[in-house]
Design a binder for this molecule. Sequence first.
Ligand code: HEC
Length: 142
Amino acid sequence: MRFLCLITVTFLTRLAFAANEKVPLDPTTGMKMGADWEIVRNHCIACHSPQTFLRQRATEANWTSTLEWMQTNGGLGKLDPAVQKTIIKYLAAHYGPSDSGTDRRPPIPATLMPRNPYATDARLEAAAKKQEGLPPRPPAPR
Ligand code: HEC
């Protein structure tokens, strides 16, 4: 029974990948025209080129944090939760991590990075304060 399940899962996974490869591309945006692609287009190309997200590969969790980052820093407004979920599902399904080896590598942990040769006293002071949990205040507006 287990074996049968495994075969079925393998078959379905292959089918899903095969289906994914054949998704036609929208000639204008280059987006894969999978389910709900127009919702993503309508929400995601007002501020930047679709290439900004088409060349990225990420899991659902990472797409979620990218969207949240943009809501905090990029001027993206709050989305209806159902719409946000649809967008993230589309992105993770069509632009999820792959085995191709062409994905962006994860950031190198700070502990493995060489010492910054351009460190100035000000930067060292800021880094020390940050470690103490005292992020330096930005300069007061003039
Ligand atoms: C209100 C404007 C706005 C909208 C709408 C918007 N973004 Fe962005 N996005 C930004 C800004 C600003 C940046 C930062 C650009 C930069 O750093 O050059 C950005 C950057 C990105 C990045 C790059 C992040 C990185 O790590 O380099 C991705 C991916 C992205 N957006 C995806 C999306 C998706 C998906 C949507 C649709 C939900 C979307 N954006 C809608 C403003 C927007």
